[in-house]
Design a binder for this molecule. Structure first.
Ligand code: NAP
Ligand code: F7E
Length: 366
C-alpha cells in the first residue's frame, strides 16, 4: 500500500483527491493546521467510516510556517508521494497580507522539500507542487493565438503569484540539484460545490441560490469582464494523481482550454433559476435587472478592486492531453449547473435547520 502525505486538507482539492486515493487504496496522512473552529465539513463524509479496521487516514497537526514539525513528520511517515496543496490561495487577500503569503506559499515549499531531503527520501518520494496559471499573468490580448504553455515567459501580478513563482522554481531547482521527483501542476481555476465561498464562481452561485430563496437582495461584484478558464476540481485532481504516476517528473498545464467572462458565469447561474437579466450603464455604474420585475439584482462594488489584475487567461493544455492522456469531463456549463443546484439544496437545508432552532454559521465576505 502506497503512503501519501497531503497538506491543505480542509478545502476543495484535498477532499476530491482523498476520495480518489481512497479508491486506489492509499494510506493517507493528512496534515491540518489547528483552528479554533472546526472546519472539516468538506471532508467529514470521508472520515465517517464506522469500521475502525478500515481506517487508512491519519491526522497530524502542523502549519506551513513550522519547519521542525514537518521534518519530524516526513521522517516518521516516510511517504511515497507528497501532495503540497496548502496555501493562502486568495489573490485579493494576498495584497492585504503579502509577507504572510510569501512565507506560507513560497518559503513553505522550500521547508517541505528540505524535510524530504534531510529524511534521505529524495530518491524514493515523489513531490507534487500545486502551482498556478496566473504565474503567466500578463497576456497579450491582441495575439490570442499565442496561447501560453509550460515554457512561456512568466509575469506574476500579485503577491500570491510571486510566492507561487518562488515555490515552482525551488521545486524545479531541487529536481535539477538533487534529482528529486518534483512535478509542478500549473493549474487554471478549478471550482466545485466545495469551492471556498469567496472565490468568484461560488460567490455567484451562492448569491443566486439565496436570491432565488428570498434570502439575499443583491450580488456585488467587480471586474465582470475578467476572463477565466474554469474547470471542475474533480477532473483536476485526477491529473494531479496521474502526474505522480509518471516515470519522470515534469510540469503540466491543466486547463479546459475554454475561457469565459465573469459576466457569462453570472448569466448562466441566473438562467439555472429561470431569472433573465438585462444590464444597464457600464463600468463602475453597471447594474443588472430582472427583466420581469425590474428589480436590480447585480451591482458593481469597487471594494473588490485589485491593485493589479489578470484580465484574460487562456492556455494551451495539449501536453497534459498527449502525455498524461488527461481530458476534462465537465464543461463549464455543467459545472455551473452543479454549483447552483448544490447551493440551493444547501440553503434550503439550512433554512429547515434554522426553523427547528439550530444556528447556521455565516462565512465572511470577500
Ligand atoms: P483552498 O481551498 O484555499 O485550500 C487551501 C488549504 O491550505 C486549506 O486547507 C487551508 O487550511 C490550508 N492552509 C492555508 N494556510 C495554511 C497554513 N498556514 N498552515 C496550514 N494549512 C494552511 O485551495 P484549493 O482551491 O483547494 O487549492 C489547492 C492548491 O492549489 C493551493 O495551493 C492553491 O494555491 C492551488 N491552486 C488552486 C487553484 C484553484 O482554482 N482552485 C488554481 C491554481 C492553483 P484552512 O482550512 O485551515 O484555511
Ligand atoms: O477571481 C474577478 C476577479 O478570486 C476570478 C485562485 O484559486 O485561481 C484563483 O484566483 C476573477 C478575477 O479567482 C469578484 O477580479 C470580480 O479577475 O475567483 P477569483 P482568481 O483570482 O483567478 C487561480 C488560478 C489561483 O491560483 C488562485 O489560488 O473574478 N471578480 N468580482 C471577483 N473575484 C472575487 N473573488 N470576488 C468578487 O467579488
Amino acid at each position: 500500500m502506497k503512503k501519501a502525505l497531503i497538506t491543505g486538507i480542509t478545502w476543495q482539492d484535498w477532499s476530491y483527491l482523498a476520495e480518489l486515493l481512497l479508491e486506489k487504496w492509499y494510506e493517507i496522512h493528512w496534515v491540518k493546521r489547528r483552528t479554533s473552529l472546526i472546519n472539516t465539513d468538506r471532508i467529514d463524509h470521508i472520515f465517517q467510516d464506522p469500521h475502525e479496521e478500515n481506517k487508512k487516514f491519519f491526522l497530524h497537526y502542523w502549519d506551513t510556517t513550522d519547519s521542525g514539525n514537518m521534518i519530524k513528520l516526513v521522517a516518521d511517515v516516510k511517504p511515497d508521494e507528497v501532495y503540497n496543496l496548502a496555501a493562502q490561495s486568495h489573490v485579493h487577500v494576498s495584497f492585504d497580507m503579502p509577507e504572510y503569503t510569501a512565507n506560507s506559499d513560497g518559503i513553505w515549499t522550500l521547508r517541505i522539500l528540505e524535510a524530504i531531503r534531510v529524511a534521505w527520501l529524495e530518491k524514493s518520494c515523489k513531490f507534487y507542487q500545486a502551482s498556478t496559471s496566473e504565474l503567466f499573468g500578463w497576456m497579450d490580448y491582441n495575439r490570442p493565438e499565442a496561447w501560453y504553455n509550460e515554457s512561456s515567459p512568466m509575469h506574476p501580478r500579485s503577491p500570491y503569484w510571486c510566492a507561487k513563482l518562488y515555490a515552482m522554481w525551488i521545486a524545479r531547482n531541487y529536481k535539477e540539484s538533487y534529482w528529486m521527483f518534483c512535478s509542478n501542476w500549473i493549474l487554471f481555476n478549478h471550482e466545485s460545490p466545495r469551492r471556498w465561498e469567496t472565490f468568484v464562481t461560488r460567490k455567484i452561485t451562492m448569491a443566486v441560490a439565496k436570491i432565488k430563496l428570498w434570502l439575499q437582495e443583491k450580488l456585488y461584484l467587480w471586474n465582470l469582464d475578467a476572463k477565466r478558464d474554469w474547470g471542475h476540481a474533480k477532473d483536476y485532481v485526477e491529473a494531479m494523481w496521474l502526474m505522480l504516476q509518471q516515470d519522470k517528473p515534469d510540469d503540466f498545464v491543466i486547463a479546459t482550454w475554454v475561457s469565459n467572462t465573469v459576466r457569462d458565469f453570472v448569466n448562466w447561474s441566473f438562467e439555472e433559476v429561470w431569472i433573465k437579466l438585462e444590464w444597464r450603464y457600464s463600468w463602475v455604474d453597471e447594474k443588472w435587472y430582472d427583466v420581469e420585475t425590474w428589480k436590480c439584482l447585480v451591482e458593481v462594488d469597487p471594494k473588490y478592486f485589485r491593485p493589479a489584475e489578470v484580465n484574460y487567461l487562456l492556455w494551451n493544455a495539449s501536453k497534459a492531453r498527449t502525455v498524461l492522456w488527461w481530458e476534462p469531463k465537465y464543461t463549464v456549463r455543467e459545472l455551473c449547473k452543479e454549483m447552483v443546484r448544490s447551493d440551493i439544496e444547501k440553503f434550503e437545508r439550512d433554512e429547515l435547520l434554522k426553523s427547528h432552532g439550530y444556528t447556521v454559521l455565516n462565512q465572511c465576505e470577500w
